[in-house]
Design a protein around this ligand. Structure first.
Ligand code: UD1
Length: 380
């Protein structure tokens, strides 16, 4: 049997690592790993392959940046050639990035069976490019590997036949469990020093201690692409939060670009209590999460990691495709959107809160093994 799996952007890498490993238990399965090249920086891509022991991609499509149509279009054209050369039994796509959607469409048009890992998540927000990717991919896929029971229910409600749905748990947590001891051994100040952005490299203050800082990431177009949204949020971080606690912000290329465009970059870079670091590697980010008093993020993956680690999490979105991680469902996350009043209120209520770890069903570190087993047996 031959399986072609596809990764494109950062959130795919921590999901594919355990899958590659789990397939090794099946010597009859030939695995071809394709990287579309949507994320191409060392910090957004290569360092994850190294840290997580992901085999080098067999094929790199070198798609690069562009509009959504450009990324999806270029991926489809290049991936069609891959499928015609490789003729796999399965295409496996992960998550909700442009590669996921582009390659599921291409697979089905080439009459190749497609399996989706992390199926069934729904934000019901059609302004999110990721929601469009999820809907298209799930509609087309032959096998839908879901991370939680809520996702099963979403698929059923859309009329997906029962025999396509497989509840297997959350594959990201396989990586978290495997890597957490390595992360634990890292020193916080060394993480900052080794990942400091240009100009802050020699900074030694503030010294970071466990439970003594707020961690942050923010990259969604809905948060960073408009001045009306980004400026008030930045005022809250700069004028309120950073006066009480150091904020360690792992800054995504998109957010950095927009801060420069809106004339905020110099002030942000000069604030002594705003510790800016480049996009972090997997272990460094996990360590940062383990020691944070609070996480402020608009990332779906971090929301899940905060849930399992118990880090109180302000999710800077109005909705989430991962409701299982919300406080009302036992998790660690509160939706605060991008309204400063709401952020402030949740910040006040959570900054002194106790850590409360929660592990949803089958987030047990063995999801990839279940998926590999199902795919390997599908040829019987
Ligand atoms: C993508 C995913 C999103 C995911 C995020 C995590 C889609 C639709 N979105 O969004 O789901 O949460 O990745 O990182 O697939 N850039 C670099 N270096 C890189 C990659 C990108 O500088 O290695 C720049 C690009 O030039 C672009 C910006 O970052 O200007 C955004 O990149 P893009 O791939 O369009 O989407 P993300 O916002 O990263």
């Amino acid at each position: 049997m031959k399986i072609v799996s596809v990764v494109g952007a950062r959130p795919n890498f921590m999901k594919v690592a355990p899958f590659c490993r789990a397939l090794k238990a099946y010597p009859d399965v030939r695995h071809v790993l394709v990287h579309t090249g949507q994320h191409y920086d060392v910090r957004m891509s290569e360092q994850f392959f190294r840290e997580l022991d992901i085999p080098s991609p067999d094929i790199n499509l070198e798609i690069g940046s562009g509009t959504h149509a450009e990324q999806v279009g270029r991926t489809m054209i290049a991936f069609e050639k891959v499928l015609r050369d490789e003729r796999p039994d399965w295409v496996v796509v992960l998550g909700d990035v442009n590669a996921t959607c582009a390659c599921s469409i291409t697979a089905k048009k080439e009459h190749v069976r497609c399996a989706h890992i992390e199926a069934g998540l729904r934000s019901r927000d059609m302004d999110m490019p990721e929601e469009i990717n999820r809907l298209v991919t799930d509609r087309l896929s032959d096998l839908l590997f879901t991370p939680d029971r809520m996702s099963d229910a979403n698929l059923r409600a859309e009329g997906v036949p029962e025999d396509r749905i497989r509840f297997v748990g959350n594959i990201m947590i396989d990586t978290l469990e495997r890597e957490r001891s390595k992360a634990e051994s890292l020193d916080l100040d060394a993480i900052v020093r080794d990942n400091a952005i240009d100009g802050q490299a020699r900074r030694t203050e503030p010294h970071l201690a466990d439970n003594g800082y707020v961690a942050m990431t923010m990259h969604r177009p809905s948060n960073v692409d408009s001045r009306e949204t980004l400026v008030p949020a930045m005022r809250f971080f700069l004028d309120e939060v950073s006066r009480e606690w150091p904020i360690v912000w792992a800054i995504h290329p998109r957010a950095r670009k927009m801060l420069m465009e809106f004339g905020l970059w110099d002030e942000v870079a000069a604030n002594p209590n705003l510790v800016l670091v480049n996009p972090l590697g997997y272990h460094a980010m996990l360590r940062l999460n383990m020691g944070a008093r609070l996480f402020m993020t608009d990332s779906g993956g971090l929301q899940e990691e905060c849930c399992v680690l118990g880090t109180p999490c302000l999710t800077m979105r109005w909705n989430t495709e991962r409701p299982v991680t919300l406080m009302e469902n036992g998790g660690a996350s509160i939706l605060v959107g991008n309204a400063v009043d709401r952020m402030r209120e949740a910040y006040r209520s959570q900054i002194d809160a106790e850590r409360r770890a929660m592990r949803p069903e089958l987030w047990d570190g063995h999801t990839a093994e279940r998926i590999a087993g199902i795919l390997a047996r599908s040829g019987d």
